[in-house]
Design a protein around this ligand. Sequence first.
Ligand SMILES: Cc1cc2nc3c(=O)[nH]c(=O)nc-3n(C[C@H](O)[C@H](O)[C@H](O)COP(=O)(O)OP(=O)(O)OC[C@H]3O[C@@H](n4cnc5c(N)ncnc54)[C@H](O)[C@@H]3O)c2cc1C
Length: 380
Amino acid sequence: MQILLVGAGLSGAVIARRLAEAGHDCHVIDQRDHIGGNCHTRRDGETGVMMHVYGPHIFHTDDQQVWDYVNRFAAFQPFRNRVKTTVGGKVYSLPINLLTINQFFGKAMRPDEAREFIDGLADHSITTPQSFEEQALRFVGADLYRAFFKGYTEKQWGCAPSELPAAILKRLPLRFDYDDNYFSHRFQGMPRDGYTPMIAAILDHPRITIDLSTPYSPDMAEQADHVFWSGPLDGYFDFQLGRLGYRTLDFERFTHDGDYQGCAVMNYGDREVPYTRITEHKHFSPWEQHERSVCYREYSRAAGPEDIPYYPIRLVREKALLQNYQRRAKATQGVTFVGRLGTYRYLDMDVTIREAMDTASLFESCLAKGDPMPAMLTPS
Ligand SMILES: Cc1cc2nc3c(=O)[nH]c(=O)nc-3n(C[C@H](O)[C@H](O)[C@H](O)COP(=O)(O)OP(=O)(O)OC[C@H]3O[C@@H](n4cnc5c(N)ncnc54)[C@H](O)[C@@H]3O)c2cc1C
């Protein structure tokens, strides 16, 4: 079959590779002038540092098949993300762990003591937290909430934590030991030469053709037996029902001689500091040596029509609109919506790859049985 894949990020690349290996001709297009989607990396011309162009990406997964898959296409180096945060003129360790708690309260507690201490600070009058703020207060109490969650969250989401769903905080662990590894997955690492060569290797198959700087137009679908769409869901329908809300990021680049901050990610929790964090990219490739350094100051704001959509907002308004678009999508034939933009969800890379592999397998089995390929595979 002739397959058109819109988007040369991980979703498009993994589906194309699977279907090419199954004997289909896959044509991949992307409106950008490079492959890799938001995982795109390139070497900085001035300093030689490997840059994560659309923000830092650390690979982490518990999925053995996904880990084997990425290792087939790239050599991985061990990497642990150890994030720090500056609050009130002091530096603390994240995620909140025993060191953070002891430093913040000026104590030397052991795990059980700290657990009891935090439990004493938690607001037990909140039985069923309705918002991020209530969840945080119930979880860690007012002092840690104000220092480590409130300001950062306001900057990141552009609204009060009392307006955000409680579920967001479930992703932020609180630890009563000195483990400061940001992720707890079994497999963690970084492709030695960056993500773009890895995605180039996935796309490197005689049945795959690629056109860059090529935005989708509906006539392209006429020449294809099936389309996999990893662009924005609302964009496929020309935003006819309205725009799904996203946060976008502005990266302010600056260079430094030597080591600017001594770590890859430094958050800034204070509301008065306008950026959310500074990322120093050479620390994402600690096996390389660079005299000079490149950093991004990262600012978050609501995405306008011309901005890059980064984080789906998924509040009440967006969820209602999403359901309307999903209804439209399910009534559409010959196209399947995939990936973070096509399904309007935040997806880590490992989940993106897993879903792309499963989507390609389902396509093959639908073909074998003569069933139609669904337009949407994921629940809202
Ligand atoms: C700031 C940030 C940090 C992240 N950090 C991590 C991390 O540390 N670890 C992790 O596992 N995951 C991370 N992620 C998630 C990761 O970026 C995604 O899992 C991954 O990019 C999803 O791939 P995708 O192919 O679905 O989407 P994308 O990478 O967005 O690819 C979609 C592609 O479609 C193209 N496209 C869109 N519309 C059209 C059109 N009309 N015509 C042609 N082409 C079009 C776009 O140009 C884009 O290249 C992060 C995400 C963000 C936003």
